[in-house]
Design a protein around this ligand. Structure first.
Ligand code: ATP
Ligand code: MG
Length: 569
């Protein structure tokens, strides 16, 4: 299993206390409970690292459990993707992969028990009626006390146990139309917490389930199911996000009413990231509306998107460790995530020369037809990574950005009359720029090289102010490179004028596709997923769209680290 968080956060503090007092017999057993209604995102990664990490730290166990109680939105495709993503992140549930749907029969039997105890009843109210009877729980002043406005009892609340058992049986048998009846717990219609006001346990819904098919036409609700699954699996600490804090009394109530083992629910603050939406509902919308190229679009905050973009599981785990776990909602700067991937890729990525916006350079004094090779380190941070050969010839490509006809103050790269170093090769000096007659822009630089500077240093110790990356025109291979920017143009994508949609905040320039890029020949045939640092440009990863004839690269992240810089200040 992968390394995970080991520092003590408030959740580990609770577990330490429980272990001291002998609660749960000193066991630690957590679970990660995704609903298979979408692909996992970086917020889920936080929950995965937390749940699996805690199990690891305490020599306990962590289950992977699919919360599949809502068949209309769930799918096997999502189940498969979740399995792949959790594994890729580096975690292992051994033989403990479960599905809430595996317990449907058991959960049903528990419902019958609750009816028999007089604690659940079949209701004929519609969903709208239920919600209007329930009220809003609005708080009012009564004398000198603040009370919340009570709800109203359903007219069917006092059905006999026998009648409830009969109706529930017939609900299951499919005698009633969808939505016409529900099974509700007999909570307290005056409870200040409206989740305690006779919560729905079952609804009638004829939907084919991706695992149970058409076996069921009644499906249990989240609140009724979740605690039971935890209890059945012997989970000790049921860790969830803060929005479930208000559900905790109900979580406890069901398990106490049934007299079964009761895990401890603990809530933590979900991850929010700047320039990012982390809600499956919105992410699904982006996919179905075609606003991105699928769930694994490298701009998506999904685990599959980040993987395709070139992120490593190590970087994602380091990020989750760094952000920690707390009870207070906050928004993490997306630059921190980028910082984590940069740190990791810097250690592991071989260097390569890639020119993404090529500008041709002709060395007028370099013999036609001559080729030579330079030896370059694959990773200056890791001598063990070895070296590779870089072919050099009379015609080269450099980056368009590395030349200016009329350089302003502060621009130290190539310009007419100026000398620069080509990394690991020679000093070159620009004589003149030929212009494309159509655009007026430089299309070819006529330069000379100094043979005495072979290897990149001048024997007379003269200095140049810039070192450029380059490829030999004839030897280089073509590629497409995809550059990514944030999917949203606002740090808070939900910051909207009244009536606006978060989609209005989509960044129209989040994807830039460059064709005609030229790469050093050693990259030929690189397999999808292979990562490189293109010198001076950033970290890049071979995309699955690549073929033998045409490489496609994603830029994972640039080299500049604004987060680290801000920390230094
Ligand atoms: P979404 O709100 O994106 O639809 P969800 O909570 O409905 O997410 P689930 O599949 O139910 O998605 O989530 C599985 C687990 O991951 C839950 O325990 C949930 O609390 C946790 N989780 C979901 N989003 C985040 C997040 N942004 N940060 C941390 N944990 C999260
Ligand atoms: Mg959920």
């Amino acid at each position: 299993m992968a390394d995970a968080t080991t520092h003590v956060d408030f959740i580990r503090a609770i577990i330490n206390e429980d272990n001291k007092s002998g609660k749960h017999g000193g066991r630690v057993h957590t679970r990660f409970p995704p609903e298979p209604n979408g692909y996992l995102h970086i917020g889920h990664a936080k929950s995965i690292c937390l749940n699996f990490g805690i199990a690891q730290d305490y020599g306990g166990k962590c289950n992977l459990r699919f919360d599949d109680t809502n068949p209309s939105k769930e799918d096997q495709e999502y189940v498969d993707s979740i399995i792949e993503d959790v594994r890729w992140l580096g975690f292992d549930w051994a033989d403990r992969m479960y599905f809430a749907s595996d317990y449907f029969e058991k959960i049903h039997d528990y419902a019958v028990q609750l009816i028999e105890k007089g604690k659940a009843y079949v209701d004929d109210l519609t969903a709208e009626q239920i919600s209007s009877y329930r009220g809003t729980g609005e708080q009012i002043k009564q004398g000198d006390k603040i009370v919340s406005l009570p709800g109203r009892d359903s007219p069917h609340r006092n059905r006999s146990v026998a009648e409830n058992l009969d109706l529930f049986k017939r609900m299951r048998a499919g005698e009633f139309p969808d939505g016409s009846k529900t099974l509700r717990a007999k909570g307290d219609m005056a409870h200040p917490n409206i989740y305690m006001r006779d919560p729905v346990m079952y609804r009638i819904m004829r939907a084919e389930h991706h695992r149970t098919g058409n076996t069921w036409c009644i499906y249990p609700t989240y609140d009724w199911t979740h605690g039971l699954c935890d209890s059945i699996e012997g989970i000790t600490h049921s860790i969830c996000t803060l929005e479930f804090e208000i559900h905790r009394p109900l979580y406890d109530w069901f398990l106490i009413a049934l007299g079964v083992y009761r895990p401890q629910q603990i809530e933590f603050a979900r991850l929010n990231l700047t320039y990012t939406v982390l809600s499956k509902r919105y992410l699904l919308e982006l996919v179905t509306a075609g606003l991105v190229r699928g769930w694994d679009d490298p701009r998506m905050p999904t685990i599959s998107g980040l993987r395709r973009r070139g992120f490593t599981p190590e970087a994602m785990r380091a990020f989750c460790k760094l952000i920690g776990v707390s009870k207070t909602e906050s928004t993490v700067d997306v630059q921190l995530l980028e910082h984590c991937v940069r740190e990791d890729l810097n250690k592991r990525c071989p260097r390569a020369m890639g020119v993404i916006r090529p500008l041709k350079v002709v060395l007028e004094n370099y013999p036609e037809g001559q080729t030579e090779e330079f030896e370059a380190a694959n990773n200056p941070e890791d001598p063990a990574a070895g070296t590779r050969k870089l072919p050099f010839s009379r015609e080269l490509y450099i980056e368009q950005d590395d030349f200016m006809e009329n350089p302003p103050k502060g621009f130290f790269r190539l310009a007419p009359g100026r000398e620069v170093r080509l990394r690991a090769a020679y000093f070159i000096k620009c004589r003149e720029a030929l212009k494309d007659p159509a655009t007026g822009r430089p299309c070819e630089l006529r330069c000379t090289y100094d043979p005495a500077t072979r290897g990149g240093d001048a024997p007379d110790k003269r200095k140049v102010k810039a070192t450029l990356h380059w490829v030999s025109a004839a030897h280089s291979i073509p590629a497409e490179v995809r550059l990514y920017d944030y999917l949203f143009s606002k740090a808070n994508p939900y910051d909207l004028p009244a009536g606006g949609s978060y989609k209005d905040n989509l960044n129209p320039k989040s994807l830039e596709v460059l064709t005609g890029c030229r790469l050093e020949p050693s990259l030929k045939g690189a397999a999808p997923g292979t990562r490189y640092q293109f010198e001076r440009l950033g970290y890049f990863c071979v995309d699955k769209d690549s073929s033998a004839e045409r490489l496609v690269f994603n830029r994972t992240v640039t080299l500049k680290d604004p987060w680290a810089k801000a920390q230094k200040k």
